[in-house]
Structure formats: C-alpha cells, structure tokens
Design a protein around this ligand. Structure first.
Ligand code: GLY
Length: 349
C-alpha cells in the first residue's frame, strides 16, 4: 500500500499518514505509539453507517479493546451537551490515562474528540482519522479543538495535538459532492495564501486528491510549526474565515463552512482590491464558481459587521483580516473597527 508520511514537530511530534486504504493499517500505526490499551472511537451517524463496523473490526483484529460513541452528524453536534455526554461515556467505559480517543469523522468529530481528550483526566492521547476532505486538509492537523457556544463558533477549546493523523483518502469516495466541495474551499485557500503553483493546478479538475491533500497538509504543518498557538502567521489560515464565520453564524449554519469560506474569500479579495493591494477577486471568483460555489452574499455589510464583533480575532478596537497581495501571497492586516465597517460597506454596495 502506497502512502505518504508528513511529520509535524510541535509541542508534540506526530506523523500524518496520507493514502488510499489506510484505515486497514490504523491499528498497525497506533501500536508503537500506544501499546496495549482501550480505544474509544468517536464518530458521527453518517460515518458510522458507512465505516463504523469496519473501523471497530480493524482495531479489534489489531488486538485492541474498543468501544464506540456515535453523535448525530452535523455542526449542531459540536456543543457542550455532546462534550459532556462523551466525557461521561469515557468515564463509564473506565477509560484511563493509558487509553486513547480515536476521532473518526469530519471536523465536528475531530474537534469534539480532540477537546474531550484534552479535558478527560486532564488529558489523554488521541488520534485523528479524518473522513472528509476538509478535515484531512485542515481541522485534523495542528491541534485546534473546540466546540461552538451560542455566542459563536469555536469559542471554547484548546490547543491539543494528536499523537497521529491517519488519513485514508479512499473514505472520501463516498462523500456527498457538497461536503467534498466544502473541503475544496480550504484547498483553494491554501493555494491563495501560500502556494501559487498549487493554486494553478486546481484549475484542472478533478485534482489528484492524494497529491493535493499532502501538499495542503505540508503547508499547514509549516505554518503550525512556526506558530502553534496562533499568535502570528497561523492567522493566515483564516483567509476567508473571518467573514465566512460571520456568514455561517448569520445563516444559523444553513450555509456550510466551505460555502461560507468561499464567500468570505471573495469579500476579502474585493477588500484588498479596494485598498489597492491587488486585483485577484475576479480570478478567484471564477475558480470558485468552477468548483460550484455560490459566491453571492445575501447579508448586508451591517449584518456581517455586527456578526464579526464576537470573532476570536478581535483585539479590542481592531480585527485582523487576511488579505491577498497576489495569488499565493496573503498577509494579515489589523483594521480598526470603523475602517472595517466602511470597507465592508463599499465592498458590498
Ligand atoms: N483552521 C485554522 C487553524 O488551524 O489555524
């Protein structure tokens, strides 16, 4: 079986394996890291229906004692109620400090699994097994874990690195096209922020999934290694996300993360054009449309501005926004709230 391994050297060092069919090797990959232990698999109802039995069987066959907890699929599951319920499950199953959580799913499962692992017994090990393109290229790498609270998305969480990421790209064959497309928004984001060669490749559809996932993971790894705790360059990964999160929240999460990020990247690019930084908005918009994104925005500049005020990136009177200087070259710009409001009004007129 062919696969690529990318090593992350952060507060914890770990490997990210990427390739088709890797789920069957999960137990083998875990063995040197965890030895004899119990594994608590967290997954969601969609993934469970397709691969729940397979993952448990692979792990049992590899000699592990396994228990499984299934949450309903969807962003609404990334909540305090499910966090507490899963923590209780870990306690009921008598999971100890030498055991581990396997987060088997997309971003919601990865975040909830990672945050639970960081809290339970003040921290146990966990493994990310992403099943969506979005989780593979973004949320499973870099140790950000969180839940949503009514005041906003990802407002409660921790930085907590996994001991391993096992990315079986064949699992993405069964993803509904709109869920796969959500991941494509993040892939396009990587090209825009740091890699024009990757961006150019994305014009040829469909892209080579393994190659593109590996390149995105390498980019994220490089960023995380420089700024694990998100005090500087890691902020670049939020290109499109500041406005995107605002749109997601305004839509009560009816607009998916990828679609919201796509809209957010277009707003940021138009803002950069208005500020005289560069003019890539039309080019980026046409690529996003090629991928099937609806890049229109039905919310007013005022609604987006109000929604932005609870953003984690706000520092007192400023909010940092990622803006392009060119394809493959983005930068963080701290904008005063008044300035941001004025720019948004112009961009969305
Ligand atoms: N998803 C953005 C980050 O990991 O920093």
């Amino acid at each position: 079986m062919q696969y690529k391994t990318i090593n992350v050297s952060a507060s914890r060092c770990y490997d990210i394996h990427i390739g088709r069919g890797l789920l069957a090797k999960l137990g083998e990959f875990i063995r040197p890291l965890l030895g004899e232990c119990r594994l608590a698999v967290l997954t969601d109802s969609n993934v469970d229906a397709l691969y729940g039995n397979a993952v448990v069987e692979y792990l049992i066959n590899a000699g592990y004692n396994v228990c499984k907890y299934v949450i309903p699929a969807g962003e609404a599951s990334k909540c305090a109620t499910n966090l507490l319920a899963f923590l209780n499950f870990l306690a009921q199953e008598q999971i100890t400090r030498s055991d581990a959580v396997i987060a088997f799913g997309g971003g919601v499962v990865g975040d909830l699994g990672g945050l639970s692992a960081s809290l339970y017994l003040r921290g146990i090990k966990y493994v990310q097994v992403p099943t969506t393109l979005l989780a593979a290229v973004d949320s499973s790498v870099g140790g950000k874990t969180a839940i949503d609270i009514p005041a906003g998305k990802n407002l409660v969480g921790s930085f907590y690195q996994p001991v391993l990421v096992c990315c079986d790209t064949a699992l993405m064959d069964t993803l509904p096209s709109e869920i796969y497309r959500d991941g494509c928004a993040e892939v396009i984001k990587y090209g825009m922020i740091l890699d024009s060669a990757l961006y150019e490749k994305l014009h040829a559809l469909p892209f080579d999934r393994d190659e593109v996932v590996a390149r995105c993971v390498e980019i994220k790894r490089d960023v995380v290694q420089q700024d694990e705790f998100d005090n500087g360059i890691r902020g670049l990964l939020n290109f499109g996300h500041t406005f995107g999160h605002a749109i997601e929240k305004l839509s009560d999460f009816a607009v998916s993360h990828g679609e919201a990020v796509a809209k957010g990247m277009v707003i940021a690019s138009r803002m950069a054009a208005l500020m005289g930084m560069c003019d890539v908005a039309d080019e980026l918009s046409s690529l996003l449309v090629e991928y099937g994104f609806d890049i229109s925005c039905t919310y007013s500049s005022n609604e987006i501005f109000e929604s932005l005020l609870s953003d984690k990136k706000r520092r007192g009177g400023t909010i940092s926004v990622v803006l392009p200087r060119a394809v493959g070259d983005c930068t963080l710009v701290a904008l005063e709230l008044d300035e941001l409001k004025e720019l948004l009004t112009k961009v969305m007129a």
